[in-house]
Design a protein around this ligand. Sequence first.
Ligand code: ATP
Ligand code: MG
Length: 319
Amino acid sequence: MNFKICTMGELLVEFLAKEQHQRFDQTGEFIGPFPSGAPAIFASQVAKLGFPVVFFSCVGKDAFGKMCIKRLKDDGVITDGISLHNKANTGSAFVTYKGPNERDFIFNIPNSACGLLSFDHINEELLKDCNHLHVMGSSLYSFRVIDAMRKALYIVKSNGGTISFDPNLRKEMFDIPEMEASFDYIMDYTDIFLPSESEVSYFASNNTDSEKKTMTLLLKRGVKHIVVKCGSKGANYYGRDAQDNFRTIHADSYAIDTIDPTGAGDCFGATFVSLMLAGYEVETALQYANASGALAVAQKGPMEGTSTLDELKQFIALR
Ligand code: ATP
Ligand code: MG
């Protein structure tokens, strides 16, 4: 099937603390810059699989911005939607690891170039043949970006397209009220929902609801496919079978040494969404998505672990 994906949001450089448990309030060594940003990682992964993807963001007129654009272009992302901002520098983030899966971030996003992404940056021309929009909750950090996202959503829906949504909640962003308000709006349009295990309770109508109950209610609300990402435990799929009955599938992850967990969820989501749009069976899309997540955690750097379809095939064949 012919499809073209669009995504938008934060594009930034990331600096990684060299030592585990390195503190932000003590002088230490960081490595970077690495190109980063959840929707940017998503776009990189879609492009590396060989599918067309348009990415909207803003960078400053600085070397970090140049590096980010070059990297996405090299991966095959359509970068014409990335604007150079006159008034702000490229976003950045510092990351430190408290354990294999626990991270602390200091983000410079809302006041950076990508934080100023707004309605006027969304070029209708670039969207005219897009029939899928992927929304990252982490990208909805200001009323401006939410406006931009609504514009893209409207155009993609007018094209008869579909929507995927990964909440990608970060505790550092919890106090942004616009973000919370926009989630309910997006859920009404979401076809493919990709929360993490830790985010399930946020979407429950009742605190005591199980994952299955919460997901069944979301399917009744109109979501077509849900995948709950469970890190090293793999993923749980919720959807409907050919007879329209609810069905669930658990797909185990691939055992691999974790070098850097950042980006696993974005790679997983990009692979699942792309292969579903390409017409793969749910089971196969889940298997490839798990492989994509596993290869992402095996590389240091947020966007360094994106894979081609051939790399995923080879990885799966060797397991
Ligand atoms: P993020 O914290 O980046 O938002 P996430 O919560 O969205 O991540 P995870 O569940 O951590 O996503 O990871 C997504 C997928 O990547 C998992 O479902 C699994 O397939 C794979 N994955 C993640 N961690 C591991 C691991 N330690 N070993 C093997 N596979 C993993
Ligand atoms: Mg995530």
